[in-house]
Design a protein around this ligand. Sequence first.
Ligand SMILES: Cc1ncc(COP(=O)(O)O)c(C=O)c1O
Length: 449
Amino acid sequence: MANQEHLQAQDLEYNWHPFTQMQEQKSWGSKVIVEAKGMMLKDANGREYIDAMGGLFTTAVGHGRREIIDAMRQQGEKLDFVSLFDFFTNEPAIELSKKLADITPGDLQYVQYGCSGSDVVEIALKMARQYQKRRGFSNRYKIIARISSFHGVSMGALSANGVTAFREPFEPLVPGFRHIAPANCYHCPFGRTYPDCDIDCARALEKQILFEGPETVAAFITEPVPSAGGVFEPPPEYWPAIQEICRKYDVLLIADEILNGFGKVGTLFACELYNIDPDILLLAKAIASGYFPLSAVIVKPGIYEAFLGPTNREAFLHGQTFQGHPVGCAAALKNIEIIEDEKLVDNAREVGKYFGEQLQGLLEFKIAANVTGVGLLRSVGLKHPTEEREVPYEIGVKIREKAYELGLICRFQVNSLVMSPPIIMTREDVDKAVDILKRTLAEAEKSYF
Ligand SMILES: Cc1ncc(COP(=O)(O)O)c(C=O)c1O
C-alpha cells in the first residue's frame, strides 16, 4: 500500500478528529500532511497546497522557520521545563511577559499563560468574577458575550460561545452567561442599514446591562473582528460606543484576540485598529506561530493588584502544569522578533489590501454573496446561486474540498470560505490563491447546482 493510503487507513483506525463527524471523514478520506515550508504544505503523495489558513489561524511567519526551531532546541537543551508554581520562574517567560507588556495596547502589564485559547478564556472569565468579588461586588458575576462568537470549548469558554450547535449537546452550561446580537452589517440582526441604524448592535450591550442590572454584570467578552461565521468588520462607531458603555457601567472589557492577534488584520493587534483599550486581552494561536501550543492573558495593573493580600484566599487560585513553558515562550519570543524584523505587519496590511481587492473578482460568480474582512483575514460569503437561501452545508464542504484538490487550503465556516494565510504572503501568492478560488467557484456553479 502506498504511504499515503497506509497513513490514511491508520488515521481512521486510531484518530478521533476534533469537531468532526468521523463518518463524513471516512467518506472523504484523511489529508495526510507530511511537510511544510513558507506558505506551502505537502501531502504524503508529494502534492503541494497553498496554506491559506495559516495552519489554523496560527502560522504568522510561515512554516519551517529554522530560527524558531533553533530557539526551541536551544531552550530545550538549556532548560526543558520548570513550572511557574511554588515561586519558580524561567528566563523566556520573564522576557516574553515583558515583551507582551511592551507591544500590547494601553497599560496592560501582567501575564498568565495557557496552552490553548480556551485555557486563557477560562482564566479571563474566572479572573473577572473573582476580581469583582475582591472589589466587594459579590453580585457582579454575569458575563455578556455575543451570539455567533466562538470563544473555545471548555465549559466556561463554551458558555461564552454564541454558537448554538456547539453549546446544545453539552447543556446545561455554566450559569450567568448572557448573549447579545453581534455587529454584522451584511446580515444586520436588527434588520437595519448602516449608517441610519444608530448602531443598534452597540446599544444592545447597554440595554442588556440595564436589563440584568449593572450591579450584576462582571464583564463583556468579544472579538474585535469576529470570524466564526465569516469575517465581519464592525462599523466605525461600534467600538467607541462599546468602550464607553463598559466604562459607564464599570463592566470589564475582555478582548478575545486569540484569532485576531499578531498582525493578520494589518496591525499587530486588532485593538489598535479600533482604538480599543481592553482591561483583559487574550492571545493564542499566532503568538508562537503554531510551533508550540501557547496562549496568554494580559491584564491591567488594577486587576492584578486586586488579588494581592496576606493569604491565598485573596490570590487567583488557578494554575495548570504547563503555564509559561520555557520552550513555548522561547518560540513566541523568536516569532515576535521575526514579525518585527521583517516588518510583517506592514506586509499584512499592504498585501492584505491587495488580497481583498483581488477577492472582489469572485463576485462575478452567482454563488459568491460578499467578500469581507480586513488585512489578510478574509472571507468569501457563499449563497445558493438561484434561490434566496444559504449555501447548503454539503455544498460548502464540496467547495472546500474542490479548492483543496486544486491546491488551496481554506475553511468553510457557517456560510463562508474563511482564509487567514501566513503574513509573509506576497502578491504572487495572492494571484495564485485567487486563481484557484476562481476555478473552484466556476466548478461549483457548474457541478453542484
Ligand atoms: C476567538 C477565539 N477564541 C477562542 C478560541 C479557542 O481557542 P483554542 O481552540 O486554542 O482553545 C478560538 C479558536 O478558534 C477563537 O477563534
